[in-house]
Unconditional design. Structure first.
Length: 309
């Protein structure tokens, strides 16, 4: 009996590592050349059992959390907290949207909740700080408006003080609807806390050759300013400054070391004591003078003296 010749032998699959061998798949399944793996990012669909796809970051949650934190930091600073309120609102909106996205993306839920909570706290902080800020401004405004001034001549006692406007109301009293009228030179203004500002009558003055500030003027006046501390606290006269106008023009202050005409005193005035210092101005018309004395503290109104008052 004749048998057919044997056919070609079955090819032996190449071993791993040899050319043409199946390459290992990153997902645990070998892939032969020309045959795609069972699943991979390029195939789409669902991953095989036991494989977890990488999470995508939740940018909305991160941004909302950052804005909420910045808003919380700035919420207690007056004026700036208005900007903090905008940041807190934006953080709240992004936190809510990020929380919705967290279910799809699989990340950012905790940051979204934190952004929402911090934004709400920042908003409450803005409201509270604004309430305190407005209350502080109202209190400051009330304290500024409560300072009253009464005038008295040097020969009058405190019990006989008569307001300069003759209306029977303290000068500068907001309840009386009056502003501080000009006092006459030689009078004194007494604040309600006991501080007194007085000036002497203007006297002609001749600057020395070493005087400064006398340029452009031919007439000069000297006025002595007296500050009497009738308060219970020490008074600092350093910030006191004086201005004067004459004939509708601003006067120029003159400093003359030869006549001991210098700046305002710097030594503190104790309760019950007073200090007197001279000021000299170049003026246009000595018969038409309006002088303003400001003691430099915000709680005191300026005092005006005039030759026509």
């Amino acid at each position: 009996m004749t048998y057919p010749p044997p056919g070609p032998a079955e090819p032996t699959p190449p071993s791993l590592g040899q050319p043409g061998a199946p390459q290992p798949s990153p997902y645990g399944q070998p892939a032969y050349p020309g045959q795609p793996a069972a699943w991979g990012p390029e195939q789409g669909g669902y991953p095989p059992y036991g494989v977890v796809p990488p999470r995508r970051s939740n940018a909305l949650a991160i941004t909302g959390l950052v804005l909420a934190i910045v808003g919380l930091v700035l919420c207690l600073i007056p004026i700036i907290n208005l900007f903090a309120a905008v940041l807190a609102l934006a953080g709240l909106v992004l936190g809510i949207v990020g929380l919705v996205k967290a279910g799809t993306l699989g990340s950012g839920k905790g940051m979204s909740i934190a952004a929402i909570v911090i934004s709400v706290v920042a908003g409450i902080g803005v409201v509270v700080s604004q309430i305190f800020f407005v209350a502080a401004l109202d209190e400051l405004s009330s304290s500024l408006g409560s300072t009253s001034i009464s005038s008295s001549s040097p020969d009058e006692t405190a019990s006989d003080e008569v307001p300069a406007d003759g209306t029977g109301a303290d000068v500068g009293d907001p309840a009386a609807g009056a502003t501080s009228p000009a006092l006459a030179f030689g009078d004194a203004a007494v604040y309600e806390d006991g501080l007194e500002v007085g000036v002497s009558a203007p006297a002609a003055f001749t600057p020395s050759d070493t005087a400064a500030g006398d340029e452009g003027f031919t007439q000069f006046v000297r006025i002595d300013v007296t500050l009497t501390n009738g308060t219970a606290d020490t008074f600092d006269p350093t910030l006191t400054y004086v201005t004067i106008s004459s004939g509708g023009a601003e006067g120029a202050q003159v400093f003359d070391a030869a006549h001991e005409i210098s700046s305002t005193p710097s030594a503190a005035v104790l309760p019950g004591q007073s200090v007197t210092f001279p000021v000299v101005f170049g003026v246009t018309d000595p018969a038409d003078l309006t002088m303003e004395v400001n003691v430099g503290a915000w709680e005191y109104d300026a005092v005006v003296f005039s030759t026509t008052g």
